[in-house]
Write a protein that binds this ligand. Sequence first.
Ligand code: SF4
Length: 691
Amino acid sequence: MHWRQPEIKRTKTVCTYCGVGCSFEMWTRDRHILKVQPVAEAPANGISTCIKGKFAWDFVNSEKRLTMPLIRENGRFREAGWDEALDLVARRLIETRDKYGADSLGFIGSSKASNEEAYLTQKIARLIIGTNSVDNSSRYCQNPATKGLFRTVGYGGDAGSIEDIQKAEVVVIVGSNTAENHPVIASRIKAAQKLHGQKVIVIDPRKHEMAERADIYLKPKASTDLILASALSRYMFDNGYADQQFLDKWVNQVDEYRESLEPFTLEFAEEKTGISRQELIDTAEMIGKAGSVSLLWAMGITQHSHGSDTSTALSNLLVVTGNYGKPGTGGYPMRGHNNVQGASDFGCLRNMYPGYEKVTDDSARERWAKGWGVDKERLSDKVGEGNFLMVQSAEKEKLKAMYVIGEETAFSDADSANVHSAFEKLDFMVVQDIFMSRTAEFADVVLPGCPSVEKEGTFVNTERRIQRFYEVMPPLGDSRPDWCILTDLAARMGYDWGYTHPSQIMEECASISPLFAGVTYERLEGWKSLQWPVKADGSDSPLLYTEGFHSEDGKASLYPLEWKEPDEAPDEKYRFSLDNGRMLEHFQATNQTGRGPRIWDEAPGWFVEVSPELAAEKGIEDGTWVCLSSRRDSIEVRALVTSRVSGDTLFLPIHQGKPGVNALTGEHHDPDVDTPAYKETAVNLEVLDRE
Ligand code: SF4
């Protein structure tokens, strides 16, 4: 085989399946992906990857890829050339703006596309159209976590690095199925358990793999995590574990916060969470005595009607115990999609320019306007609508046009019947994607973008690490890199920016945004990476808050909270609490992981997890068909009996089904950030007489 070696091309790329941001070499011959080869230099993962990073690339050469623009005509799509499609899109977007105003348009950037593509998406929305209604899928998952960090410590990103999680004496994992959703981080924790006796506390209604491996596993009742975190904080103050030196030097609002903890006694926490007083004390003692604590959380916390408050409560606990700014400490919201962090960092947010500068901040608006060569008045200072509100506005026929890049909003947003109805009411819809997604089925124009392996750019992983990826192979057919599509579209709307390489887009962003001041493609060459904020001299920030917090006076704040009942809870008619989440083998709506046997054969079916107790009560066995109905709709699915869930809790993966889990979820949401409360879904379960 040696004679074949020269034909093999090795290209560095970054995985597009989760926020760990594993990088590796992809070995190819022409369009054939021969293997994925991890290398020791990869900053986030070294030689580790998971099944998706290693094998889930068959979709790249799928015959179902979109290779030509499509235009809807008489209810059917026909193929079109790029000139015709982009002229049509440019004309309709401008016409809509001129007729109904800038805020009648909404843009959803992709949390799978590059930072440069996110930057261009918001630049088109803000500069050309004149609206701040631009968002990304973090609205559906991580915005509550970011809100909690803004309230307490200041930056909307993980406090440290994966290395810090590994170094921590105690790791607390709350509402995160880390072994399936962030497998390489889970493997780092497993190694730390073995190598330096790291202690692990898992708090989750579902007994997943990390719960099995935990030193302490707590199973609180649904939607009571804020009580648990606040009771732990109170215990720290009452028992001498609050870090008084740290609080005196670095923290505001200590007294107000301490007073707000009055109701959160151990007795109250025991009653509400269902966790025994002794387990609460053991947990608090383990955290209080530890020299360093890292706390990981994810959608088990955020996707609730008060997810921002619970995220804040978790960060409060870390502040009380002085667990910020030292190696091995900090809050780590586990970012889901590979570039959900970057899509927000680079401005696909309804209220922030790239680098988290508020659109309502006059000086930021002035700087961005100057950077883009226009007067300040050209940029709107009105906070726009996020994904969730865009759908509500479309339903009310206030939003007239949407531009959706690489997101499966029709499948992923809550209450999908309502989303479909809203999309049908739009005057004009553009979807840019690599497959004819369920969202694209509602579009007037579909533009074929490219997956990461067919273009260059950068991503930001969960630890704020910016990494380059390189073109492994050329675009398929007439598909185009998304940054090229957006650049061409802007030119057709009168803005010829002339970008010929994504490095120029990054250079422009870095010249305006202080957060990225020192980011250049040269500093990211090969396996090099930078963790923001990056100063102009190129120095970066693997661990935040070592010299103070991100606030005007450099101090953190403790944020007083009250516990509120969830918006939807089980009752007599809808007795069961429906948990839902991801599986190791799949991603989003399986548009990518469902395209090849190497992944699909590992997990081809859909199931609802049912506890052994419930199975015994209802006569359910593995494979029994059941009907789940919520206040919105119903679905039919086979049962899987497992002790991962207990009592009246069910678990349904989010990837499969037509309709999927979001036929059941509702519009109730976190009022602070408009994230749907996916995890607060009460359902009824009926056994079906069906083979
Ligand atoms: Fe990809 Fe995440 Fe797996 Fe790494 S852990 S290979 S980034 S899916």
